[in-house]
Design a protein around this ligand. Structure first.
Ligand code: PLP
Length: 358
């Protein structure tokens, strides 16, 4: 039997998405490929009614989209401020440092919210701060960072906002109209339920009016954006991953879109959370701060991660370890992907079996 993946992507696939990969062999320089691309681009915009935004598809994991966004848009002159409270925020600083792009990393403890207040103290930098970047759902802990106050600050003082929405796009609320982000980066294989291989950036239409800042050839979004107007791409795309994403987007629309997916995730999350709390397993974060798709739990006394992981794996469930200094302290359960009620029931039984025998 197929394991149920409770890690934050790749996710358990629906049969429909799996079957879609069995489509025709097509060449990426042919009209049928262009149609597939255009169909995906239209559907991606519809996930959030992102009027005024252009999605750009590329072949790579989520990191490639984040790096393409920063490479193409973070200015060579003018400072990008990174508000980081986890692995993925800090990784964005690595990407800018690798390019020697002017940037400031405002690092918070991983268990804390991003240090939004620090922005006000950075208004007279030289070169001046021009862009703010942060992670929407910081998968390190499961915290859903509050974007509203940061977006408002950016609007008030004329800064551009860029977001890593890799583990939120498709399920969490993203207010394109209200936050007006300059760009967001995301991937096919988390809350959208596609497979790893296709990632994308959605940029405000006016973003491409500025000159490209890219130093990378492969990650320069401008040629992709130009050529994808007609459905083509500068380099070979993962056709099979795009078949999967196309089907996953159809499935998302037919099952009620982002709002319904969020409700479903909340149901899964809350059920697992309350069952674990009854077994005296405490979540790392307050419920109000937690994303709908991933929760971190403190490892209970006397149970190692390996023990818990291996026992669950025997029962057909794959959980996820903590990172960095949380590695020994927490385990993570993501509830993305095609998880059925019967899977949920089996998971609870399996958790009870393992945690109540200690
Ligand atoms: C998963 C993830 C990424 C990208 O990871 P890949 O392994 O490259 O797909 C980036 N940011 C966040 C917040 C993520 O959860």
């Amino acid at each position: 039997m197929n394991s149920i993946l409770l890690n934050p992507g790749p996710v358990t696939l629906s049969q429909r998405v799996r079957d879609a990969m069995n489509g025709q062999d097509i060449c990426h320089r042919e009209e049928e490929f262009a149609e597939l691309t255009c169909s995906i681009l239209r559907k991606l915009k519809r996930v959030y009614d992102a009027d005024g935004y252009s999605p750009v598809l590329l072949t790579g994991s989520g990191t490639s989209a984040v790096e393409a966004m920063l490479d193409s848009f973070a200015p060579r002159e003018g400072k990008t401020v990174i508000l980081a409270n986890g692995v993925y925020g800090e990784r964005m600083a690595d990407m800018l440092w690798a390019r020697k792009r002017p940037c400031v990393l405002i690092r918070s403890d991983w268990k804390s919210p991003p240090d939004t207040g620090a922005l006000a103290g950075l208004l007279d930098l030289n070169p001046p701060m021009t862009h703010v970047v942060l992670v929407h759902h910081e998968t390190t802990t499961g915290r859903l960072n509050r974007i509203e106050p940061i977006a408002k600050f950016c609007k008030d003082v004329g800064l551009e906002l860029m977001l890593d929405t890799v583990s939120s796009f498709g399920a969490e609320k993203i207010e394109f109209g209200d936050w007006k982000p300059f760009a967001i980066a995301a991937t096919a294989n988390k809350c959208l339920h596609g497979i790893p291989g296709t990632a994308f950036v959605m940029a405000r239409n006016d973003a491409f009016l500025y000159p490209s800042q890219a130093e990378s050839v492969y990650l320069n979004l401008y040629p992709y954006h130009q050529q994808q107007k007609n459905g083509f791409s500068p380099f070979t795309q993962s056709v099979y991953s795009m078949y999967a994403l196309n089907a996953a987007l159809d499935e998302l629309e037919e099952t009620g879109g982002q709002r319904k997916r969020r409700e479903r995730y909340l149901h899964l999350r809350d059920t697992i959370r309350s069952e674990l709390e009854m077994m005296n397993v405490e979540p790392l974060l307050d419920e109000a701060d937690n994303s709908c798709s991933l929760t971190s739990y403190l490892l209970p006394e006397g149970v190692s991660y390996t023990e818990l992981h291996d026992s669950l794996k025997e029962d057909g469930f794959v959980i996820y370890a903590g990172q960095g200094n949380l590695q020994e302290k927490i385990f993570r359960i993501a509830n993305m992907g095609d998880i059925q009620n019967a899977d949920l029931e089996r998971l609870i039984l399996s958790l009870k079996k393992i945690l109540e025998r200690r």
